[in-house]
Design a protein around this ligand. Structure first.
Ligand SMILES: Nc1ncnc2c1ncn2[C@@H]1O[C@H](COP(=O)(O)OP(=O)(O)O)[C@@H](O)[C@H]1O
Ligand SMILES: [Mg+2]
Length: 295
């Protein structure tokens, strides 16, 4: 998540480092920061919400403090997937009726969930103070978590691009469908060209087997390496497993109701890999970020 100064500008990494340095010089300890990972896709229906819920649950089981943020502001459905009925959501924060910390609810395991709003469509329509309230307060919450997973909407709308640019790591979800592969490419292209995002992790969902998942990754990497100035790391896969759909119908994460099934084992492996992995390379130091430009 970006930090903001008093004028609303995002504080660059070099500024953050200077602040951290001066804090340490003064004897203060820098606050531990959560890793903020956007789970995103070009095409919709590739499994993002199920991945966020299951990966979040598996990360909790691995001992991590996890917050999941439903950032599909128009059509958020993480709460429904988890069988939760939040009384308040982001729209109450925007209207000034609730604080961000007051709308967070508990899910399965020790998972914490920040429910999406039902009313807002585009962040661009929010005022400065509304955006400031959301993102600065979110920054303040980060010290209470190890990992924040953002469930973005699909596509290349301003909200999707914003949340990807604001996250410190981006995981692109893709399936073997050709349209999913081309849409993932288009998303990485726009994030690279317009927002200087150069590093992506790839998670292949709904493949029949590991070989098919690796083929999808190879195909995408080949084109991206040729035409885009980005690096892509194949992070792993979740295979097709009808138990995921059973979980959706029961409004429970499959990792909770069927921990030994194929998809649950995939989620557990991915969670351990993510927990062990180093945070991705930070954004370029000289990147002048003005948050109004991003939104
Ligand atoms: N690994 C999987 N195996 C079987 N079905 C899956 C798997 N992942 C997702 N699905 C199904 O795909 C559909 C879309 O998933 P969802 O998480 O809502 O996608 P998105 O958030 O990307 O729109 C759901 O019906 C879900 O049950
Ligand atoms: Mg979704």
């Amino acid at each position: 998540m970006p930090n903001f100064d008093k004028t609303g500008q995002i504080i660059s990494l070099s500024q953050k480092r200077r602040q951290k340095h001066s804090m340490m010089k003064k004897g203060g300890m820098p606050q531990p920061q959560a890793r903020v990972i956007a789970i995103t896709s070009g095409k919709g229906g590739v499994g993002k919400t199920n991945i966020v819920a299951n990966l979040g649950y598996a990360l909790c089981k691995a001992g991590k403090r996890v917050l999941i943020f439903d950032a599909d502001l128009g059509l958020g459905n993480l709460d429904v997937l988890l069988g939760l009925t939040p009384q308040y959501n982001l729209s109450h924060v925007i209207e000034g009726k609730k604080k961000l910390s007051e709308i967070i609810i508990s899910g399965p395991g020790s998972l914490k969930i920040l429910p999406a709003s039902s009313g807002i469509q585009e962040l661009t329509k929010l005022t400065f103070s509304q955006k400031f309230e959301i993102f600065n307060k979110l920054n303040e919450l980060l010290s209470g978590y190890d990992i924040v997973l953002i469930d973005t909407a699909a596509g290349i709308s301003s909200n999707v691009l914003y949340f990807n640019a604001a996250a410190s790591e981006i995981m692109v979800v893709v399936t073997p469908e050709p349209t999913s592969i081309t849409d993932a490419y288009a998303l990485m292209k726009i994030l690279s060209v317009k927002y200087q995002e150069k590093h992506f992790r790839l998670l292949v969902n709904l493949a029949k087997n590991a070989k098919e998942a690796e083929d999808v990754s190879r195909q995408l990497c080949l084109v991206a390496n040729r035409f885009l100035d980005v690096s892509i790391e194949y992070f792993g896969n979740v295979l097709v497993d009808d138990n995921v759909k059973v979980g959706v119908r029961k409004q429970k994460v499959v990792s909770e109701i069927a921990p030994m099934t194929q998809a649950s084992r995939n989620f557990a492996e991915l969670a351990h890999k993510l927990a062990r992995s180093k945070p991705m390379i930070p954004r370029s130091e000289n990147r002048p970020l003005i948050w109004q430009d991003i939104v």
